[in-house]
Design a protein around this ligand. Sequence first.
Ligand SMILES: Nc1ncnc2c1ncn2[C@@H]1O[C@H](COP(=O)(O)OP(=O)(O)O)[C@@H](O)[C@H]1O
Ligand SMILES: [Mg+2]
Length: 256
Amino acid sequence: MTKQQNVLQPFCKKCGDNPDACDFTCYPRTLMHGMDGNGGIWRSTQVPKRYRSSFLSTLPIKDQNPEAYAFVKRYIDKVTSVVENGIGLYLYSVPNKENRKGTGTGKTTVATAILNEFVIRRVIEHTKGERSIEDNPALFVKASELQNTFNSQFRGTDESREQAASKFNKYKKLMLTVELLVIDDIALRGTTEAYQDVFYEIIDKRYNEELATIFTSNTSLKNLAGVLNQQIASRVEGMTEDIAFEGADNRKGGIL
Ligand SMILES: Nc1ncnc2c1ncn2[C@@H]1O[C@H](COP(=O)(O)OP(=O)(O)O)[C@@H](O)[C@H]1O
Ligand SMILES: [Mg+2]
């Protein structure tokens, strides 16, 4: 496994210019990356490996989506206060002839960059004694995985159902409480009423508690009610600023 670089290093007086000085004896580093360097808060966010090095400085969207970039930059510059104020985002694609689904326009890259930058700033705040971290500060959830886990509670063997129920309850508990939640690719497909109920419960709680949530989607807010339902769509709309992503699919090559 490639070793995770300490994301706090650029901000550290001790190891900023001397990576050798960075080891497990450093409290903020261990809080962020765990004793072995592959755990800690950084891992607990569940950001997929592909997006773990997504930051403001590496965002690729400036040329293709300058307005989105300018907005995101302002958001990240004040990320701890906007999150504290419960300001969420709805990052969506505008499909076009060349890109019929609006995929690969940088939505997940942006959502994870915001989450990563937020976590770094929160650990710095905690370390300086400004505002402590009580629980996992942020979580990335793929909507399809959440939905599949929910459905698995009602299918298969007793053992697999129990596993799914326990996994879903863990997700749910965190989703109800984390300071910043990213839900990736919502409204990709229709859902059962039972799933809509529990998804609504989560979204409604975050809406009422003014907890910041960032959604990515290939469905515009206008069409969200058609795929999920009106109640969910109106909560999502009420808790977010929407940002459109346009242009070509930048997800290159690949073997599939
Ligand atoms: N505007 C862009 N210019 C260059 N590469 C980009 C751009 N937007 C996204 N990418 C790259 O395309 C890939 C897919 O991006 P991703 O954020 O997963 O897209 P989406 O979530 O919109 O489907 C990533 O490797 C990302 O770095
Ligand atoms: Mg995506």
